[in-house]
Design a protein around this ligand. Sequence first.
Ligand SMILES: [Zn+2]
Length: 322
Amino acid sequence: MSLKKFLNIVLLTTLISIGFKAEAQQLIYSTKFKNYNAEQKKFNKALEEARLELERIEAEKKAREAAIKAKKMAFLNENWSNKKFFAYDRKTIKEPFHLEFDTLNYTSPIDKDKVITSRFGWRKGRAHNGIDIDLIKGDSIRAILPGKVRYVKWHGGHGRTVVVRHENGLETVYAHMTKQLVKENQIVKQGDVLGTGGVTGNARGSHLHLEVRYKGQPINPEYLFDFSDKNEIRAKDLWVSRKYTNAVNFSSRRKPKIAVHSTKEEAEKSSKVQKKIYRIRSGDTLSKIAYRNNMSITQICKLNKISRNKTLRIGQKLILIE
Ligand SMILES: [Zn+2]
C-alpha cells in the first residue's frame, strides 16, 4: 500500500469517527473519480494502439497483395509473344528453380478418365517432352489452370496448338487439336474450353499431347500434376531439379517415380547424377566412349539396353552419365 493511500484511509476513518460523513463521502467520490479517469485514459490509449496496429496490419496485407499481383503480372508479361511457340529464344532458366501454385487442384484437360498412352521421357531415340492423353476427336480440351492465352497457331508436329501462360510463369501446351476455340491474349479461367482434341500434326491416333514448360524449359508434367482422377497438384511450393526437365531421365513407357523437392538443397542433391546424349561419330567404339566418359562398357550397355557386340551407327544416340 502506498503512503498516499494509507493517509487517505486514515483521513477517511478520522472523518467518519468524528461525524463528518458528508465530507468522507466526497473524499471517496473524488478518489474513485480520479481512478476512473486514469482507467479510462489507459483504456483509450490501448484502444488507440490497437487501432494503429490494425491499420499497420491492413497496410502490410495490402502491400503483400500488391506485390503478389505485380509478380503475377510480371510472369504474364515476360517475353510475351503471340508469334513464337518458344517465347524464350534460348535457355534462360537454370535448375533448380522454384515454382509456386495458388491452389492444390487443377482441372482435368479432358472430361473423361485420363488414359495416358505415352509419358514424358525418352522415346525412339528422341525426347518426348509431353504426356499423351487418349481422347476421341472432338472432345473438349480445358485449361488446367487459369491464365492468358499466348499462342494459337499450327506448330509443326504439334499441329493445331494452344499455349496458355499461367500466373506462376508456367506454360501449358495443348497440341494436335482439331479446333482452337480461344483467341490470343484471351484470359481463361481454370476449366475453360480451349478447343477440341484431334489428330493434327504428327500424331498417330487422336490424343492430347500436353506439355508443361517454365521459361521454355519442359518439365515432366507428372512431377507437378498427379494425373489420377484426384487432379491434384503435388505441392503449392516446390523446386524443379534438372532431373525433371530432361526427358532422357525417363522412359515414355514407364510411370515415373516422383519425389517432390521442397527445398533447393534437396533439388540440387537429386540432380547430381545427370544423363546426357552422345551422338556416335566415325571411329567410335564402345570402349573408347566408355574410357572418355569415365564409364564402364557394361554400364553403357545396361543404360542403353544394348549388347556389347552391337554395331554402332554414325549419328546413333547413346545415353551416358555426365
Ligand atoms: Zn506426345
